[in-house]
Design a protein around this ligand. Sequence first.
Ligand code: GLY
Length: 388
Amino acid sequence: MDITPLGDLDDLVVGGGVVGLSAAWRLARAGRRVAVADPAPASGASHAAAGMLAPVSEVGYTEEPLLRLGAASLERWPAFAAELADDAGLGSANALDYRADGTLDVAFGADDLAALDELAAFMDKLGLPVERLTGRECRRLEPMLAPSVRGGLHAPDDAWVDPRRVTAALLAALRHLEVPILTSRASLLPSGLPSGLPSGTAVRPASSGAVRLADGREVGAGRIVLAAGAWSGELAGVPVRPVKGQIMRLRSPQPLLGRCVRGMVHGLPVYLVPRGDGELVVGATQEELGFDTRVTAGGVYELLRDARELVPGVTELEVADVVAGLRPGTPDNLPLIGPDATSGVTLATGHHRGGVLLAPLTAAILLGEEPELGALCSPRRFTNRDER
Ligand code: GLY
Protein backbone atom coordinates (compact mmCIF):
# COMPACT_ATOMS: atom_id res chain seq x y z
CA MET A 1 0.00 0.00 0.00
CA ASP A 2 1.13 3.56 -0.71
CA ILE A 3 2.08 5.41 2.48
CA THR A 4 1.69 8.88 1.04
CA PRO A 5 1.25 11.86 3.37
CA LEU A 6 -2.18 13.06 2.37
CA GLY A 7 -2.53 16.37 4.17
CA ASP A 8 -5.96 17.93 4.25
CA LEU A 9 -8.03 16.54 1.41
CA ASP A 10 -10.93 18.33 -0.22
CA ASP A 11 -12.15 15.16 -1.96
CA LEU A 12 -11.45 11.48 -1.43
CA VAL A 13 -12.78 9.51 -4.38
CA VAL A 14 -13.67 5.91 -3.48
CA GLY A 15 -13.51 3.92 -6.71
CA GLY A 16 -10.95 4.03 -9.53
CA GLY A 17 -13.03 3.20 -12.59
CA VAL A 18 -13.59 5.62 -15.44
CA VAL A 19 -16.11 7.68 -13.42
CA GLY A 20 -13.98 7.94 -10.26
CA LEU A 21 -10.71 8.60 -12.09
CA SER A 22 -12.32 11.22 -14.35
CA ALA A 23 -13.84 12.95 -11.34
CA ALA A 24 -10.51 12.92 -9.49
CA TRP A 25 -8.68 14.29 -12.54
CA ARG A 26 -11.15 17.14 -13.15
CA LEU A 27 -11.36 18.01 -9.44
CA ALA A 28 -7.55 18.06 -9.12
CA ARG A 29 -7.26 20.12 -12.30
CA ALA A 30 -9.69 22.62 -10.73
CA GLY A 31 -7.21 23.07 -7.86
CA ARG A 32 -8.80 20.78 -5.27
CA ARG A 33 -6.70 18.44 -3.10
CA VAL A 34 -7.79 14.97 -4.12
CA ALA A 35 -6.93 11.30 -3.47
CA VAL A 36 -8.39 8.08 -4.90
CA ALA A 37 -8.91 4.78 -3.05
CA ASP A 38 -9.35 1.53 -5.00
CA PRO A 39 -7.75 -1.90 -4.43
CA ALA A 40 -7.35 -2.44 -8.21
CA PRO A 41 -7.93 0.74 -10.23
CA ALA A 42 -9.27 0.42 -13.80
CA SER A 43 -9.94 -3.30 -13.51
CA GLY A 44 -13.74 -3.48 -13.13
CA ALA A 45 -16.57 -2.46 -15.47
CA SER A 46 -14.32 0.12 -17.19
CA HIS A 47 -11.95 -2.67 -18.24
CA ALA A 48 -14.87 -4.62 -19.74
CA ALA A 49 -16.68 -1.66 -21.37
CA ALA A 50 -16.87 -1.22 -25.15
CA GLY A 51 -16.68 2.58 -24.86
CA MET A 52 -19.63 3.57 -27.05
CA LEU A 53 -20.43 7.27 -26.72
CA ALA A 54 -23.88 6.75 -28.16
CA PRO A 55 -26.72 8.52 -26.39
CA VAL A 56 -28.92 8.34 -29.48
CA SER A 57 -28.50 4.64 -30.18
CA GLU A 58 -28.63 3.49 -26.56
CA VAL A 59 -31.75 5.47 -25.60
CA GLY A 60 -35.12 3.90 -24.81
CA TYR A 61 -38.49 5.60 -25.31
CA THR A 62 -39.06 6.32 -21.65
CA GLU A 63 -35.52 7.54 -21.13
CA GLU A 64 -35.61 11.16 -22.31
CA PRO A 65 -33.78 12.45 -19.19
CA LEU A 66 -31.00 9.89 -19.79
CA LEU A 67 -30.79 11.03 -23.40
CA ARG A 68 -30.36 14.65 -22.25
CA LEU A 69 -27.53 13.60 -19.94
CA GLY A 70 -25.87 11.52 -22.65
CA ALA A 71 -26.14 14.26 -25.29
CA ALA A 72 -24.64 16.83 -22.90
CA SER A 73 -21.78 14.50 -21.99
CA LEU A 74 -21.11 13.58 -25.63
CA GLU A 75 -20.66 17.30 -26.33
CA ARG A 76 -18.01 17.43 -23.62
CA TRP A 77 -16.08 14.40 -24.92
CA PRO A 78 -13.90 16.02 -27.65
CA ALA A 79 -12.41 18.63 -25.24
CA PHE A 80 -12.22 16.06 -22.42
CA ALA A 81 -10.29 13.62 -24.66
CA ALA A 82 -7.95 16.32 -26.00
CA GLU A 83 -7.13 17.68 -22.51
CA LEU A 84 -6.71 14.19 -21.09
CA ALA A 85 -4.32 13.18 -23.88
CA ASP A 86 -2.38 16.38 -23.21
CA ASP A 87 -2.22 15.90 -19.42
CA ALA A 88 -1.21 12.25 -19.85
CA GLY A 89 1.56 13.25 -22.27
CA LEU A 90 0.01 11.33 -25.18
CA GLY A 91 -0.09 14.05 -27.82
CA SER A 92 -3.59 13.76 -29.25
CA ALA A 93 -6.95 12.11 -28.59
CA ASN A 94 -6.09 9.56 -31.30
CA ALA A 95 -4.06 7.82 -28.61
CA LEU A 96 -7.35 7.13 -26.79
CA ASP A 97 -8.85 5.74 -30.00
CA TYR A 98 -11.47 8.50 -29.81
CA ARG A 99 -13.56 8.41 -33.00
CA ALA A 100 -16.78 10.16 -33.96
CA ASP A 101 -17.85 8.16 -37.02
CA GLY A 102 -21.45 7.39 -35.99
CA THR A 103 -23.56 4.32 -35.29
CA LEU A 104 -25.64 2.25 -37.68
CA ASP A 105 -28.60 0.53 -36.04
CA VAL A 106 -29.85 -2.23 -38.36
CA ALA A 107 -33.06 -4.25 -38.67
CA PHE A 108 -33.88 -7.67 -40.12
CA GLY A 109 -37.61 -8.27 -39.80
CA ALA A 110 -40.78 -6.18 -40.18
CA ASP A 111 -41.04 -5.74 -36.39
CA ASP A 112 -37.45 -4.45 -36.16
CA LEU A 113 -38.09 -2.04 -39.05
CA ALA A 114 -41.22 -0.72 -37.34
CA ALA A 115 -39.24 -0.24 -34.13
CA LEU A 116 -36.58 1.73 -36.06
CA ASP A 117 -39.32 3.92 -37.60
CA GLU A 118 -40.65 4.69 -34.13
CA LEU A 119 -37.15 5.43 -32.85
CA ALA A 120 -36.51 7.73 -35.84
CA ALA A 121 -39.75 9.65 -35.12
CA PHE A 122 -38.80 9.98 -31.45
CA MET A 123 -35.33 11.29 -32.37
CA ASP A 124 -36.85 13.76 -34.87
CA LYS A 125 -39.15 15.07 -32.14
CA LEU A 126 -36.10 15.67 -29.95
CA GLY A 127 -34.26 17.38 -32.82
CA LEU A 128 -31.54 14.71 -32.92
CA PRO A 129 -29.69 13.97 -36.16
CA VAL A 130 -30.64 10.51 -37.45
CA GLU A 131 -31.13 9.21 -40.95
CA ARG A 132 -33.41 6.31 -41.99
CA LEU A 133 -31.68 4.01 -44.53
CA THR A 134 -32.72 1.10 -46.77
CA GLY A 135 -30.89 -2.23 -46.57
CA ARG A 136 -28.90 -1.34 -49.69
CA GLU A 137 -27.90 2.04 -48.24
CA CYS A 138 -26.77 0.28 -45.04
CA ARG A 139 -24.55 -2.10 -47.04
CA ARG A 140 -23.14 0.82 -49.01
CA LEU A 141 -21.97 2.28 -45.69
CA GLU A 142 -20.88 -1.08 -44.28
CA PRO A 143 -20.18 -3.66 -47.04
CA MET A 144 -19.59 -6.50 -44.53
CA LEU A 145 -23.20 -6.39 -43.26
CA ALA A 146 -25.37 -9.47 -43.81
CA PRO A 147 -27.49 -9.47 -47.01
CA SER A 148 -30.56 -10.06 -44.82
CA VAL A 149 -30.31 -6.57 -43.24
CA ARG A 150 -33.44 -4.77 -44.46
CA GLY A 151 -32.97 -1.27 -43.16
CA GLY A 152 -31.20 0.90 -40.64
CA LEU A 153 -30.94 4.11 -38.68
CA HIS A 154 -27.74 6.09 -38.94
CA ALA A 155 -26.77 8.31 -35.98
CA PRO A 156 -23.84 10.25 -37.47
CA ASP A 157 -22.88 12.07 -34.27
CA ASP A 158 -22.32 8.98 -32.10
CA ALA A 159 -18.69 8.36 -31.13
CA TRP A 160 -16.59 5.83 -29.24
CA VAL A 161 -13.34 5.54 -27.36
CA ASP A 162 -11.16 2.74 -25.97
CA PRO A 163 -11.96 2.72 -22.22
CA ARG A 164 -8.76 0.81 -21.36
CA ARG A 165 -6.69 3.56 -22.97
CA VAL A 166 -8.81 6.21 -21.24
CA THR A 167 -8.30 4.79 -17.75
CA ALA A 168 -4.55 4.32 -18.39
CA ALA A 169 -4.38 7.97 -19.50
CA LEU A 170 -6.36 9.09 -16.44
CA LEU A 171 -3.93 7.27 -14.14
CA ALA A 172 -0.98 8.91 -15.94
CA ALA A 173 -2.63 12.36 -15.71
CA LEU A 174 -3.27 11.84 -11.97
CA ARG A 175 0.37 10.83 -11.49
CA HIS A 176 1.48 14.05 -13.19
CA LEU A 177 -0.82 16.03 -10.90
CA GLU A 178 0.58 14.09 -7.89
CA VAL A 179 -2.84 12.80 -6.86
CA PRO A 180 -2.29 9.86 -4.43
CA ILE A 181 -3.85 6.55 -5.46
CA LEU A 182 -4.45 4.41 -2.35
CA THR A 183 -4.54 0.84 -3.64
CA SER A 184 -6.72 -0.42 -0.82
CA ARG A 185 -10.33 -1.34 -0.20
CA ALA A 186 -12.17 1.43 1.67
CA SER A 187 -15.22 1.21 3.90
CA LEU A 188 -17.21 4.29 4.79
CA LEU A 189 -17.16 5.64 8.34
CA PRO A 190 -20.11 7.60 9.61
CA SER A 191 -19.21 11.30 9.33
CA GLY A 192 -17.84 12.97 12.46
CA LEU A 193 -16.91 9.72 14.25
CA PRO A 194 -13.83 9.95 16.48
CA SER A 195 -11.22 7.66 15.01
CA GLY A 196 -10.47 5.48 18.06
CA LEU A 197 -7.05 4.78 16.51
CA PRO A 198 -3.66 5.67 18.08
CA SER A 199 -2.55 9.13 17.02
CA GLY A 200 -0.38 9.19 13.91
CA THR A 201 -2.30 6.46 12.15
CA ALA A 202 -5.09 8.67 11.00
CA VAL A 203 -5.21 11.69 8.75
CA ARG A 204 -8.42 13.51 9.53
CA PRO A 205 -8.85 17.14 8.58
CA ALA A 206 -11.88 19.12 9.72
CA SER A 207 -13.74 16.65 7.59
CA SER A 208 -17.29 15.90 6.76
CA GLY A 209 -16.48 12.30 5.88
CA ALA A 210 -13.96 9.54 6.39
CA VAL A 211 -13.14 6.02 5.26
CA ARG A 212 -11.25 3.14 6.83
CA LEU A 213 -8.73 1.42 4.56
CA ALA A 214 -8.04 -2.32 4.65
CA ASP A 215 -4.88 -1.78 6.79
CA GLY A 216 -6.89 0.08 9.44
CA ARG A 217 -5.76 3.58 8.44
CA GLU A 218 -8.47 6.19 8.39
CA VAL A 219 -8.58 8.95 5.83
CA GLY A 220 -10.86 11.94 6.10
CA ALA A 221 -11.79 14.56 3.54
CA GLY A 222 -14.08 17.52 3.13
CA ARG A 223 -16.08 15.33 0.79
CA ILE A 224 -16.14 11.59 0.19
CA VAL A 225 -17.10 10.91 -3.43
CA LEU A 226 -18.42 7.36 -3.80
CA ALA A 227 -17.71 6.13 -7.33
CA ALA A 228 -17.56 2.43 -6.54
CA GLY A 229 -19.82 1.29 -9.40
CA ALA A 230 -21.72 -1.93 -8.73
CA TRP A 231 -20.28 -2.08 -5.17
CA SER A 232 -21.83 1.27 -4.18
CA GLY A 233 -25.01 -0.40 -2.95
CA GLU A 234 -23.10 -2.59 -0.49
CA LEU A 235 -20.87 0.29 0.66
CA ALA A 236 -23.51 2.96 1.19
CA GLY A 237 -26.90 1.23 1.13
CA VAL A 238 -27.98 3.11 -2.01
CA PRO A 239 -30.20 1.53 -4.71
CA VAL A 240 -27.44 0.24 -7.01
CA ARG A 241 -27.29 -3.39 -8.19
CA PRO A 242 -24.79 -5.32 -10.34
CA VAL A 243 -25.88 -6.05 -13.93
CA LYS A 244 -23.49 -8.51 -15.54
CA GLY A 245 -22.20 -7.99 -19.06
CA GLN A 246 -20.02 -10.47 -20.95
CA ILE A 247 -18.09 -8.93 -23.81
CA MET A 248 -15.64 -10.25 -26.39
CA ARG A 249 -12.72 -8.75 -28.29
CA LEU A 250 -11.87 -10.19 -31.71
CA ARG A 251 -8.72 -9.49 -33.68
CA SER A 252 -8.86 -8.67 -37.36
CA PRO A 253 -5.92 -8.08 -39.75
CA GLN A 254 -7.85 -5.16 -41.25
CA PRO A 255 -10.89 -3.30 -39.88
CA LEU A 256 -14.13 -5.11 -40.74
CA LEU A 257 -16.33 -2.08 -40.01
CA GLY A 258 -15.99 1.68 -40.30
CA ARG A 259 -18.44 2.58 -37.55
CA CYS A 260 -20.36 1.01 -34.65
CA VAL A 261 -23.03 -1.41 -35.81
CA ARG A 262 -25.85 -2.63 -33.64
CA GLY A 263 -29.07 -4.53 -34.00
CA MET A 264 -31.66 -6.75 -32.37
CA VAL A 265 -31.10 -10.49 -32.93
CA HIS A 266 -33.47 -13.07 -31.40
CA GLY A 267 -34.94 -10.16 -29.40
CA LEU A 268 -31.55 -9.33 -27.84
CA PRO A 269 -29.44 -6.27 -28.59
CA VAL A 270 -25.91 -6.83 -29.90
CA TYR A 271 -23.28 -4.26 -30.90
CA LEU A 272 -19.95 -4.31 -32.70
CA VAL A 273 -17.39 -1.57 -32.07
CA PRO A 274 -14.32 -1.32 -34.33
CA ARG A 275 -11.00 -0.14 -32.93
CA GLY A 276 -8.29 1.65 -34.89
CA ASP A 277 -5.89 -1.31 -34.56
CA GLY A 278 -8.34 -3.76 -36.18
CA GLU A 279 -9.83 -5.08 -32.93
CA LEU A 280 -13.60 -5.60 -32.99
CA VAL A 281 -15.51 -5.50 -29.69
CA VAL A 282 -18.70 -7.57 -29.54
CA GLY A 283 -21.07 -6.90 -26.67
CA ALA A 284 -22.75 -7.51 -24.46
CA THR A 285 -24.93 -9.80 -22.42
CA GLN A 286 -27.18 -8.26 -19.78
CA GLU A 287 -27.68 -10.60 -16.83
CA GLU A 288 -29.15 -10.11 -13.34
CA LEU A 289 -26.97 -12.59 -11.42
CA GLY A 290 -25.57 -10.53 -8.56
CA PHE A 291 -21.78 -10.35 -8.16
CA ASP A 292 -21.06 -13.08 -10.72
CA THR A 293 -18.18 -12.35 -13.12
CA ARG A 294 -17.78 -15.80 -14.67
CA VAL A 295 -17.39 -15.96 -18.43
CA THR A 296 -19.80 -18.70 -19.54
CA ALA A 297 -20.07 -20.90 -22.62
CA GLY A 298 -23.65 -19.67 -23.07
CA GLY A 299 -22.58 -16.02 -22.98
CA VAL A 300 -19.82 -16.55 -25.55
CA TYR A 301 -22.18 -18.57 -27.77
CA GLU A 302 -24.87 -15.87 -27.70
CA LEU A 303 -22.45 -13.08 -28.52
CA LEU A 304 -20.92 -14.90 -31.49
CA ARG A 305 -24.27 -16.21 -32.75
CA ASP A 306 -25.83 -12.73 -32.74
CA ALA A 307 -22.74 -10.94 -34.09
CA ARG A 308 -22.60 -13.40 -36.99
CA GLU A 309 -26.21 -12.56 -37.94
CA LEU A 310 -25.17 -8.91 -38.35
CA VAL A 311 -21.71 -9.42 -39.87
CA PRO A 312 -21.11 -13.03 -41.04
CA GLY A 313 -17.33 -12.41 -41.43
CA VAL A 314 -16.79 -12.24 -37.65
CA THR A 315 -16.40 -16.01 -37.49
CA GLU A 316 -13.08 -15.71 -39.38
CA LEU A 317 -11.54 -13.53 -36.65
CA GLU A 318 -9.25 -14.55 -33.82
CA VAL A 319 -10.65 -14.36 -30.28
CA ALA A 320 -8.43 -11.97 -28.32
CA ASP A 321 -10.26 -11.59 -25.02
CA VAL A 322 -13.57 -12.35 -23.27
CA VAL A 323 -14.40 -10.73 -19.94
CA ALA A 324 -17.42 -10.09 -17.73
CA GLY A 325 -18.02 -6.79 -15.97
CA LEU A 326 -20.69 -5.53 -13.58
CA ARG A 327 -22.67 -2.46 -14.59
CA PRO A 328 -24.04 -0.40 -11.70
CA GLY A 329 -27.81 -0.43 -12.34
CA THR A 330 -30.37 1.83 -10.65
CA PRO A 331 -34.17 1.41 -10.52
CA ASP A 332 -34.73 4.18 -13.13
CA ASN A 333 -31.50 3.70 -15.16
CA LEU A 334 -30.37 7.25 -14.26
CA PRO A 335 -27.11 7.76 -12.37
CA LEU A 336 -26.91 8.92 -8.77
CA ILE A 337 -24.78 12.07 -8.53
CA GLY A 338 -24.75 14.40 -5.54
CA PRO A 339 -25.01 14.38 -1.76
CA ASP A 340 -26.78 11.39 -0.21
CA ALA A 341 -28.55 12.28 3.02
CA THR A 342 -28.58 8.70 4.34
CA SER A 343 -24.90 7.77 4.00
CA GLY A 344 -23.50 11.33 4.25
CA VAL A 345 -21.30 10.89 1.17
CA THR A 346 -21.49 12.39 -2.31
CA LEU A 347 -22.49 9.78 -4.87
CA ALA A 348 -21.10 9.44 -8.39
CA THR A 349 -22.44 6.03 -9.28
CA GLY A 350 -25.30 4.08 -10.88
CA HIS A 351 -24.23 4.85 -14.46
CA HIS A 352 -25.45 1.44 -15.67
CA ARG A 353 -24.72 1.18 -19.44
CA GLY A 354 -23.33 4.71 -19.69
CA GLY A 355 -20.31 5.10 -17.40
CA VAL A 356 -17.82 5.93 -20.15
CA LEU A 357 -20.22 8.28 -21.94
CA LEU A 358 -21.29 10.07 -18.75
CA ALA A 359 -17.86 10.40 -17.07
CA PRO A 360 -17.14 13.98 -18.30
CA LEU A 361 -20.61 15.21 -17.35
CA THR A 362 -20.42 13.52 -13.94
CA ALA A 363 -17.17 15.34 -13.16
CA ALA A 364 -18.74 18.62 -14.27
CA ILE A 365 -21.76 18.04 -12.00
CA LEU A 366 -19.43 17.35 -9.06
CA LEU A 367 -17.75 20.69 -9.81
CA GLY A 368 -21.16 22.42 -9.71
CA GLU A 369 -21.04 23.27 -13.43
CA GLU A 370 -24.35 21.71 -14.52
CA PRO A 371 -27.00 22.38 -11.86
CA GLU A 372 -30.00 21.63 -14.08
CA LEU A 373 -28.72 18.28 -15.35
CA GLY A 374 -27.31 17.57 -11.88
CA ALA A 375 -30.84 17.85 -10.46
CA LEU A 376 -31.97 14.98 -12.73
CA CYS A 377 -29.35 12.75 -11.09
CA SER A 378 -29.95 13.80 -7.49
CA PRO A 379 -30.05 10.86 -5.04
CA ARG A 380 -32.94 12.69 -3.35
CA ARG A 381 -35.32 11.15 -5.90
CA PHE A 382 -35.08 7.91 -3.91
CA THR A 383 -35.01 9.38 -0.40
CA ASN A 384 -37.45 12.27 -0.64
CA ARG A 385 -40.01 11.82 -3.39
CA ASP A 386 -41.70 15.18 -2.61
CA GLU A 387 -38.60 17.03 -3.82
CA ARG A 388 -38.43 15.44 -7.27
N1 GLY B 1 -23.03 0.47 -22.99
C1 GLY B 1 -23.16 -0.82 -23.46
C2 GLY B 1 -23.29 -1.87 -22.44
O1 GLY B 1 -23.39 -1.58 -21.27
O2 GLY B 1 -23.33 -3.02 -22.80
